[in-house]
Every structure is written in C-alpha cells, then in structure tokens.
Design a protein around this ligand. Sequence first.
Ligand code: ZN
Length: 239
Amino acid sequence: MPDLNFDGLSVDYEIVRCARKTLGVVISPNGVVVARAPFNASRADIVDFVERSKPWIFKHLARYRQVYRPRDFTSGEDIPYLGKKYKLKVISDGAGTPLALVGSRLEIHVAHDLEGAARRKAVKQIIVCWYTAQARQVLTTRLCKLACRLGICPTAVKVKHQVRRWGSCTASGVINLNWQLIMAPAEVIDYVIVHELCHLRVHGHQQEFWQCIGQYMPDYKKRRKWLRENGQALSFLLE
Ligand SMILES: [Zn+2]
C-alpha cells in the first residue's frame, strides 16, 4: 500500500481499479483512503494525483477524526440536545431521576459503585433511553403541527431506530423518523418532517419535489446543509 505524508502525519491508501474514466479519491468516515482509477492509468499517474490531492485528503481526515473521536461519557463532555450543547455532569449517588437538564448542564445520576466501562455504559444507556422517549414526544408533536399546516396527513408516525436515515416514508403513508433527530436544532427537525410530508405528495427527488418543500419552507437549503455537515456527529450514541 502506498502512503501519504503531510504535516508530520502519515496515512496508507489503497488503489482500486475499476471501469471509470477519471481518477478519484474516496475517504470513508472511519479514515480509510482509497484511490479509484481507470484500468489503463499508470501507477505513477495515480500516485501523482493522490499526492496533489493531499491537502484535501488530510482536511477531511482531520474532520472525521474530530467527529468520530470516542467519547468517555464523563463530566465535562458536550452533549447535544435540540441543537444546544449541554455539559455532561455525572453524579455517582444513584439518587433521584437518572437524567435532568439543569440550566446548561445535563445531569446524570448513576449508582455509586459503577466504574470505568460499566459506568460509561450506564451513562450512555440513560442518555439513549431519555432521548428516545423525548424524541417520541417532540418529533410526533412537531409532525402533527406541520401536517396540519401543510394539509398533508400521514396514516401513522413512528419514531424509531434508523441507521444513516433521518426519515423515511412508506407507500401506505406511514412516516418514520429517526430518534437521533432529537439532538438536532428544531428547524432541522422540521426540515426532515416537511421532507417526508412532501414525499407523500411527490415520490423521488425531482424538481417538483424540491418545489414542494420550497413552497412551505423557503430556507430549506440552509437546514439541509446543517444536516449534511453535522448529521454524522449525531451518531455517537450508536457506537
Ligand atoms: Zn427524500
């Protein structure tokens, strides 16, 4: 495997040849770099292309590293909820309600004898449990309001666990929403809801579909951009 060096950092990359006409580089969120090349490209050309793409590659790797940094779920970490950051405070007294938002803090009470990995797991479980319950309430309420305003009625709403999808809908008119949306700002949640509601009118993502969204939500591009740039970072509770 050839390797790349930039600013004192080094990364290996793989060369994959396939039926394509141009050279390209693909970076997975887990940090794997792959150079994709046409069958007839010379190795020297590929290496040269990757070398020239270095600043771009390392910029993206740095971003992924930041997004995917493992969390310890200990006091002081930032935890997002409805687009705001809360400082996690873990209290080992096993008392009171397991989770409470107190000002800008997200307080979690765990049993006093929990340590290390067991404590981390308990904190994470409490957050997931509370978030899914909140999501069911908040997302459903927002969807009902928006459905009324748009005059588009789903047959049912389900808040559930989905990987790599914020929302989906079925041919029978059921809208599914990902509980992890509870971490996003309210305007972004509304965008996902309006997106799915418009799908009940227009299938697919052709021009007519985006016109439908734009009619109800003229600034949808800004909201969609937020989700594209920050959405990945909201998956830390799934690790
Ligand atoms: Zn869609």
